[in-house]
Design a protein around this ligand. Structure first.
Ligand code: HEC
Length: 125
């Protein structure tokens, strides 16, 4: 007499637990996938940056060591400083004949990638 009732109750509870665990598991996975890639994207992609740095190599070198007089070394440059410098050339807050020409050929979306690439290079020369 009691058997089926307890069984039903148990199954009901059991389903509840399982749902709970599943929902929590899903929430965790979703949170993980949402949260994990963000810092990487924000930090810029240095592989993409290396591609874009071909525009810069004539003066700053692909190794980040300056090739012409007047151009600074970019190897190991701080990323925040780097992105700000490019933004300043773009806005005209900072002016330089060479950089003003170059800055028109890249978009703000490229700044972080270039910064990540140059920051990753060694300053040893
Ligand atoms: C034709 C030469 C030339 C090219 C090409 C060039 N630059 Fe420059 N860059 C310069 C010179 C010269 C300066 C110093 C300008 C100044 O005094 O403000 C400079 C300055 C900079 C600075 C500021 C560095 C600091 O220490 O303040 C950054 C960042 C920079 N360049 C990034 C780039 C990137 C990224 C590219 C390629 C997309 C590039 N440059 C291409 C000549 C060049």
């Amino acid at each position: 007499m009691q058997g089926p009732l307890w069984r039903a109750l148990f199954l009901f509870r059991y389903q509840g637990w399982m749902m709970d665990i599943t929902v929590r598991g899903l929430a965790c996975s979703v949170a993980f996938f949402l949260a994990a890639p963000l810092p990487l994207e924000a930090a810029g992609n240095k592989v993409a940056g290396r591609q874009k740095a071909q525009l810069c190599q004539g003066c700053h070198g692909l190794d980040g060591l300056a090739k012409v007089p007047g151009a600074p070394h970019l190897a190991g440059q701080d990323e925040v400083y780097f992105v700000k410098a490019l933004g300043d050339y773009k806005s005209g807050a900072r002016k330089n004949e060479a950089m003003s020409v170059v800055i028109e050929q890249i978009t703000p979306a490229d700044y972080a990638d270039l910064a990540a690439y140059y920051a990753s290079l060694s300053q040893d020369r």
